[in-house]
Design a protein around this ligand. Structure first.
Ligand SMILES: *Cc1c(COP(=O)(O)O)cnc(C)c1O
Length: 406
């Protein structure tokens, strides 16, 4: 059914040598590669359609607008949003989270509380710290145990009428841990009126997303981690919430009328899309969703889980190798260290010499590293085009690094 060589043939970039060895690309949690179908759509936009959207009467402008709006509806279907105007184009997860934290400013006051978790990316920490500085609100952080699993009894303790925001990721980028967001959302709804924000940067590439079933208020993700170009991303927000909240950036596109006596704002989604958007990228994001649909989300998930299981089993056979979050429910990522043999970047450099691309360091999650009392980890992360042979190369590489470093 699933022909991996056929998939790989759609990714020209994979077919090359790095440092004299076939490229083994295992840094997909940082960014995935893009299939030719996405690059062709991007190229076609700039060679045949390029024009500014929503403002031209001329044909190219109308065609570009239609294509971008078609892409918005593909995203709507992809996450099962109720309305297409609940889908806002952004440049990525970071922008989405900052936007939400900014527009919530008026809703928070001194001593209100924002709950996040220990497993968050810096982009789901710092915007909330900034919001706390603006409003005098306080940040509370759900701790983890030695397997990296969230300790939800703390959430029970923290939730109160003071809680105004709960923001957690569905999947941790550093460890690949899948968080029980259904339970987190249910507890939050039951015990507070908080806005619920889900960082889906690492779940949208791997899972079927249903924002209505999930019942979150906001869901954000990046296009570039799911086969789309960089500089693309999505902010989903519930209609009544986005209508109630103020705009973020002011400028073109987001106004209904503008005068020096006062300006009125456009309706959704344009209220949150000031300025010229990344039209080519947004259209190509639709092509990436088509790619995922064609391969099949369950095929992607099953393959990536099989790779993870295969990688973890072999890596754990290496002596003095520790996998972080070993016993947690995970997807797409194995994060590890060779204990007693130097730092993660040394391992990463040796792997690079063998053509193997992994991420090393703190993965924009310093609190997790502090918790485990380490500077960083070696992180291998998977996509649909990775093979079991590539995992074998990784394991060989890690063994070699261990020999060289000890
Ligand atoms: C990558 C990532 C982000 C930030 O995404 P950008 O594309 O860099 O804006 C936020 N959260 C998680 C979980 C991520 O993996």
């Amino acid at each position: 059914m699933f022909d991996i060589q056929e998939i790989r043939s759609q990714f020209t970039i994979l077919n090359q040598q790095v440092n004299g060895k076939p490229l083994v690309y295992l840094d997909n949690a940082a960014t995935s590669q893009k299939p030719n179908s996405v690059l062709e759509v991007w190229n076609k936009y700039y060679t045949e359609l390029n024009a500014n959207v929503h403002r031209g009467i001329h044909t190219l402008s109308q065609l570009a607008t239609e294509e971008m709006e078609l892409s918005r509806r593909k995203v709507q279907k992809f996450i099962n949003a109720k309305h297409d105007f609940e889908v806002i184009f952004t440049k990525g997860t970071t922008e989405g989270l900052n936007l939400i934290a900014y527009i919530l400013t008026q809703k928070l006051k001194k001593d209100d509380e924002i709950i996040i978790s220990y497993l968050e990316h810096h982009s789901n920490i710092v915007p909330w710290q900034l919001l706390c500085e603006r409003t005098g609100a306080k940040l509370r952080v759900i701790p983890i145990d030695e397997n990296g699993i969230l300790q939800l009894d703390y959430l029970d303790q923290y939730l109160s009428e003071k809680t105004k925001v709960v923001s957690v990721n569905q999947v941790s980028n550093a460890l690949g841990i899948v968080n029980p967001i259904e339970e987190i959302i249910a507890k939050t709804r039951k015990n507070s009126d908080a806005y619920i924000v889900i960082d889906g940067a690492q779940s949208a590439p791997h899972f079927t997303i249903d924002v209505q079933k999930m019942d979150c208020d906001f869901f954000v993700f990046s296009g570039h981690k799911m086969y789309a170009p960089m500089g693309t991303g999505i902010l989903y927000g519930k209609q009544e919430i986005l209508e109630d909240l103020p705009p973020f950036h002011g400028g073109g596109e987001m106004i209904a009328t503008c005068s020096f006596d006062g300006t009125t704002y456009a309706g959704l989604p344009f209220k949150y899309e000031a300025g010229t958007p990344n039209v080519g990228g947004n259209i190509a994001l639709g092509a990436a969703i088509d790619f995922i649909g064609k391969v099949g989300q369950s095929t992607i998930q099953n393959h990536e889980n099989a790779l993870l299981e295969y990688a973890q089993r072999q890596l754990l056979e290496i002596e003095n190798l520790k996998v972080y979050g070993e016993k947690a429910n995970r997807t797409g990522v194995v994060s590890f260290n060779l204990e007693g043999t130097g730092i993660s970047s040394d391992v990463g450099m040796i792997l690079d010499k063998m053509g193997i691309a992994v991420r090393t360091g703190h993965h924009c999650t310093q609190p997790i590293m502090d918790f485990f009392n380490i500077a960083g980890t070696v992180r291998a992360s998977f996509a649909i085009y990775n093979t079991f042979e590539e995992i074998d190369s990784l394991v060989e590489g890690v063994k070699k690094a261990q020999r060289m470093l000890s």
